[in-house]
Write a protein that binds this ligand. Structure first.
Ligand code: HEM
Length: 581
């Protein structure tokens, strides 16, 4: 049985029930409108001039437009579908009533179609006026087009240029807050992190589009109730005992990588491809108990490409929140189904062929002891295991860029090699446990996570109903905010020589980290990375074994393509792994 057919067993509400409800409402409204029209006609016969303007259908449409804007405006998150549904049902009732009581089509056009257009024009005009001239966010600098539409942000995100553009804007305006959408601001302020992401903060609407086939994974859920339960389930997958189990698998996978690099010693390789494929196979191994067959060519070679296409698609639609809300009622687009299908087929294969496998999925299948709840719907489980794969590929993004930095900074690479060599000479080995406290290796990974982090856009949140006072600026209630990680972690205010790769800032040059609060590679608060320690272990192990075994050389000095679609994807860079023995 496929995952989608299993989900069809879920009860659903028939759309016809709404129409039936509307029909009853229509009959009642018809009587009511009849009475009003009769009253108006009576009033009109006594006050012809006044009535000519005030009972004009257009005048009423403007008044209704004004009232609905006032009602919806203080709630920036009014659900699109609810607003459209309310508008649709009222129109349906009103139109039905007119059709039942009027035979002349010109009256229907005059009293229904044209006032509706006036209504929409009023709402659009008022919304633009509010966004441009009344919104309290208007005092923050930012691109003019971003203040009236989310399209600016959607375009930047889907082009993969968003994080760098936001950084430029913060630098250009020398401002902690930049307006990047009608109700959206970027806050580059280390002090704001604790205040924005403390407690059970509300996630931003950005995550709504991250639902896969209608189901959110832990990172995308905006429900604190679900998140609390799901996080307990996820955390069981990363206890110290489980991390040891994954460490053994990571060591095996890394040994295979090292052997394969030895065979290609000195050859020019696309290092990004090497690391991306390794990370995807490892993520699949840890999540489903079996690698995805990407490195040995037995798996789906389009998998990595489908991730990139999905991320770019998601970046666009997640920002235009109203569209994904509507899209969720239509068939999933090909880019989404193709992306989901890859991970789902690995999950189905696991469930069919080795259901007792000891892996991350085995924990996600467990019940939460406190609430006795679990991921019951197959698609909910699939969304979460898919997230595990996506997060696993994030490790590849950091690895690829780290090796590029090391290839360009020979002294740093040699210093790291010397530390590893001396560790081995002292009887140490290159296992996860043995290398975990090596200071220069730890510093190198810290620096990689700062400069080569895969999540540079920042975590989206909503300011609470009281607003947030930061002293020199105030974020109004219900504003959508994010702390732009790339801007923050490369800000001279917080890190000296902020754009340079200097591991020493984490060892004997501590003064180069001016404010540790700005170092948030794994996020902050309740949604901070659940797989943090796993990711660190993987990064340390791969970097240690590759640097101990090879000299990493860069074959091209040009900048590597770097795109941030909410998660970074790196383009090809040519390099060589020259065996040291
Ligand atoms: C270089 C590697 C990684 C980095 C830098 C990283 C960073 C992050 C960040 C910044 C978040 C918060 C995102 C947000 O709130 O929108 C996050 C969430 C998460 N990460 Fe990671 N991550 C990495 C690897 C991993 C790995 C290997 C796993 C294991 C499966 C993992 C599992 C998760 C999960 C489950 C969440 C969602 C947590 C929640 O919402 O409560 N991550 N990660």
């Amino acid at each position: 049985m496929s995952l989608s057919s299993m989900s069809m067993l879920m009860p659903s509400v028939g759309i016809w029930e709404y129409f039936d409800f509307a029909r009853v409402l229509m009959v009642k409204t018809a009587h009511f409108i009849d009475a009003i029209i009769a009253g108006l006609q009576n009033f009109q016969s006594h006050n012809p001039d006044l009535v000519a303007t005030t009972t004009s259908p257009h005048f009423l449409a403007v008044a209704v437009g004004l009232i609905s804007c006032l009602l919806v405006a203080p709630i920036p998150e009014a659900a699109t579908i609810e607003v459209l549904f309310g508008w649709g049902i009222l129109n349906f009732v009103y139109l039905g009533t007119l059709v039942m009581t009027q035979v002349d089509n010109s009256i229907i056009i005059e009293y229904w179609l044209l006032p509706n257009l006036t209504y929409l024009a009023t709402c659009i005009t008022l919304t633009l006026i509010r966004r441009l001239f009344i919104s309290p966010l208007r005092k923050f600098p930012g691109p003019a087009s971003a203040s009236y539409s989310n399209y600016w942000m959607a375009k930047e995100l889907s082009a993969g240029t968003f994080s760098k553009t936001v950084r430029e804007l913060h630098r250009k305006h020398n401002a902690p807050v930049i307006r990047t959408g009608p109700n959206e601001v970027s806050v580059n302020d280390a002090e704001a992190i604790v205040k924005i992401y403390s407690g059970k903060y509300q996630r931003g609407s950005f995550y709504e589009a991250g639902k896969l086939r209608g189901h959110a994974a832990i990172r995308e859920t905006r429900s604190n109730y679900h998140h609390t339960i799901w996080r307990r389930i996820w955390d069981k997958a990363f206890t110290p005992g489980e991390l040891k189990h994954y460490a053994a698998q990571t060591e095996n996978a890394t040994s295979k990588l090292v052997n394969s690099l030895k065979k290609k010693s000195g050859e020019e390789l696309d290092c990004t491809k090497v690391m991306d494929e390794f990370a995807l196979d490892l993520a699949s191994q840890l999540t489903y108990g079996e690698d995805a067959g990407i490195q040995d060519g037995t798996g789906d070679e389009t998998y990595l490409d489908s991730i990139k296409k999905y991320l770019s698609w998601l970046a666009f639609y997640a920002t235009l929140r109203n569209i994904p809300e509507l899209l969720s009622y239509t068939r999933d687009p090909a880019v989404l189904t193709s992306y989901c299908a890859k991970s789902e087929s690995l999950l189905i294969n696991r469930q069919r062929n080795h259901p007792d496998s000891h892996d991350i999925t085995s924990h996600l299948l467990e019940e939460d002891e406190e609430s006795r709840r679990k991921f019951q719907i197959p698609l909910q489980l699939a969304a979460n295991t898919n997230l595990s794969i996506l997060m696993g590929t994030a490790v590849g993004v950091t690895l690829s860029q780290t090796f590029k930095s090391l290839s360009q900074q020979k002294p740093t690479q040699e210093k790291l090699y010397k530390e590893l060599e001396s560790h081995i000479k002292k009887g140490g080995d290159l296992s996860t446990e043995s290398i975990k406290s090596l200071p220069y290796l730890t510093a190198t990974i810290n620096e990689s996570l700062r400069l080569h982090n895969p999540f540079t856009t920042g975590v989206h949140a909503v300011i609470g109903e009281k607003g947030l006072d930061m002293g020199s600026y105030r974020l109004p209630a219900y504003t959508q905010v994010y702390v732009p990680t790339l801007t923050l972690m490369t800000d001279e205010k917080y890190f000296e020589k902020a754009e340079e790769f200097i591991p020493e800032r984490w060892t004997d040059r501590e003064e180069m980290v001016k404010d540790k609060r700005a170092y948030v590679p794994f996020g902050y608060g309740i949604h901070a990375c659940a797989g943090r320690q796993l990711a660190i272990n993987e990064l340390k192990l791969v970097v240690a074994r590759v640097v101990a075994g090879f000299e990493v050389e860069s074959g091209d000095e040009e900048d590597t393509e770097w795109k941030d679609y909410g998660m970074v994807r790196v383009g090809e860079w040519k390099g060589r792994f020259k065996s040291r023995k």
